[in-house]
Design a protein around this ligand. Structure first.
Ligand SMILES: NC(=O)C1=CN([C@@H]2O[C@H](COP(=O)(O)OP(=O)(O)OC[C@H]3O[C@@H](n4cnc5c(N)ncnc54)[C@H](O)[C@@H]3O)[C@@H](O)[C@H]2O)[C@H](O)CC1
Ligand SMILES: [K+]
Length: 496
């Protein structure tokens, strides 16, 4: 559970700027390094209280400096400590050189890296931190591979070495840590792309950084948590179903009718005043049996859709829509709708083909594959820089964008970026994207703007999925909707 972590997320350049500002404001860099080492040493003792020996793998920058000071603290506490210097320890400069000398004075054994060096006890990864640039080069790459193959518990200092602080991508190889202790400012790359598989338990220490120094820096992104989430206002007693908008869901071609129904059900359960569903006539009976509250219409052409659109306040188009002529023709009416809308699934795939234009200020909900099609690139490029991809989509389509996947991101055309660090691998299952689209539409219908609706929907959806995933159950979409509803009530109670 990471709800106690700060909300502001920074990139590497910003954290380096924070370091520089703290130093310029009178806190020596070596003092910051000592505080970092104490924070890491506390976390190590808490996590592995009985491990007698510690092996620090140190590079040549200030990340290494942290490692040398951790070694000195451990040695003074009576542990068996060894520093393996990857890269010539004599080449250390500045604070890192002072840290190396402090380790020597504490009686720490410093030995050079060799392919057959023995790695004992808890491994402390002090190879690379925010100074990483480009793919990891040898001998660091070899050292990282040895760490990952060792089967030993690993504490990563500031970042798992090889992990890009800005994007969460492993640059060639990266350390898989059991525990990462990060300092001064949370890095965006600790939460997205490959990071969830590399960071392990995350501990943050601000190194007593001056709040005003932190506040002056525009964070790269906002971490979604109960404290930072948008809220729906309480409902007046005089409320009626018209007060909370009518959502129209368009989708569900033959064979994928359930997708549109799940979106409609999610919109209904998350507070839309009324929900109508435009789908294939073949699906109407089943929809009415399952959810009689949903006004379900069978539509064969755009003609029968016009009246439904006129009555709707919010549109969700795409779940189970397909890309055949039926789906294409229904989608063709969306650009003229003129009110808030969510474009999901096949609406995005048709958008990517140029078959239709999306109006500004919609909410797009691509997974990485759909994002790649929308940006005409490979999925690998999307995952290589998820924050950049989310921003590029928002800018290109002038819409709010939910870029789904581990560490889901929400981007606004005005540059705002939010990250959701909740979720679970079990969420990679059918129907959950349809639910997310419906939940977001419900919040549009209750007055949230696209970016805010996306943030609230993503966090509730991920927190609900996490709770189901942790219980080891496969996640049934309908169960997820119920849990989302309960979390919503906690987050934005209907009545104060
Ligand atoms: N006062 C402070 O700045 C504090 C910093 N903290 C720690 O310092 C690191 C950032 O240190 P920095 O010296 O800027 O960089 P690194 O130690 O991360 O690495 C630089 C080191 O690595 C080599 N290198 C860079 N890229 C590659 C690559 N692709 N392959 C191989 N080698 C590479 C480069 O040549 C340098 O030698 C920060 O993360 C904190 O851990 C303190 O914690 C707080 C005070
Ligand atoms: K590291």
């Amino acid at each position: 559970m990471t709800d106690s972590l700060p909300v502001a997320l920074y990139n590497a350049a910003q954290v380096r700027e924070l370091d520089a500002r703290l130093i310029a404001a009178g806190t020596p860099g070596f003092e910051l390094m000592q505080r970092a080492a104490h924070a890491a040493w506390r976390a190590l003792r808490r996590r592995w209280p009985d491990e007698e020996s510690i092996t620090v793998l140190a590079g040549r920058g200030n990340n290494a400096g942290d490692g040398y000071l951790i070694a000195a603290l451990a040695r003074r506490a009576g542990r068996q400590v060894k520093v393996v210097a990857v890269g010539d320890a004599q080449q250390l400069q500045g604070d890192a050189a002072l840290a190396r000398d402090a380790a020597r004075e504490a009686g720490v054994d410093i030995c050079p890296w060799a392919d057959d060096v023995t790695l004992e006890g808890v491994l402390v990864d002090a190879l690379l931190g925010t100074g990483l640039s480009g793919e990891v080069r040898d001998p660091y790459a070899g050292a990282i591979e040895r760490i990952n193959a060792s089967g030993r518990p690993v504490l990563a200092v500031d970042l798992p070495s090889g992990l890009c602080a800005d994007t969460g991508r492993a640059l060639g190889v990266a350390v898989r840590a059991d525990l990462t202790v990060t300092f001064i400012g949370l890095k965006l790359g600790l939460f997205t792309a490959q990071a969830p598989d590399l960071v392990g338990e995350l501990v943050f220490d601000d190194l007593q950084a001056d709040e005003t120094q932190l506040a002056r820096l525009q964070a790269a992104a906002t971490r979604l948590c109960p404290a930072s989430l948008p809220r729906l206002g309480p409902r007046p007693m005089t409320a009626h179903k018209g007060s909370f908008g009518q959502v129209l869901v368009i989708g569900g071609d033959l064979g994928t009718g359930g997708a549109a129904l799940l979106s409609a059900e999610a919109a209904l359960r998350c507070g839309a005043g009324m929900v109508s569903l435009a789908t294939r006539p073949e699906h109407v009976t089943a929809a009415l049996v399952r959810r009689p509250e949903i006004m379900c219409s069978g539509v064969e052409s755009t003609y029968s859709l016009t009246a439904l659109l006129a009555r709707a306040d919010v549109l969700v188009v795409g779940p189970g829509l397909g890309q055949a002529s039926w789906g294409r023709s229904l989608l063709s009416l969306a650009p003229g709708f003129g009110k808030p809308q969510v474009w999901d699934a096949d609406a995005l795939n048709l958008l990517a083909t140029g078959a239709v234009e999306v109006p500004p200020d919609c909410l797009l909900t691509p997974h990485p594959g759909e994002a790649a099609r929308l940006l005409q690139c490979d999925v690998a490029e999307i995952q290589a820089d998820r924050p950049g991809a989310a921003r590029a989509l928002a800018e290109r389509y002038r819409c709010a964008v939910i870029l789904k996947g581990a560490g889901t991101l929400i981007a606004a055309p005005d540059g705002r970026l939010a990250l959701c660090d909740r979720g679970h691998p079990a969420m990679a299952s059918a129907g959950l994207g349809d639910v997310l689209a419906g939940v977001a539409a419900a919040f549009l219908a209750q007055g949230l703007a696209p970016y805010e609706a996306g943030c609230l929907a993503v966090w509730l959806h991920a927190a609900a999925g996490e709770s189901h995933g942790r219980e080891g159950r496969g996640i049934a979409a309908a169960d997820l909707i119920t849990t989302i509803r309960h979390l919503l009530e906690e987050q934005s109670p209907c009545r104060m």
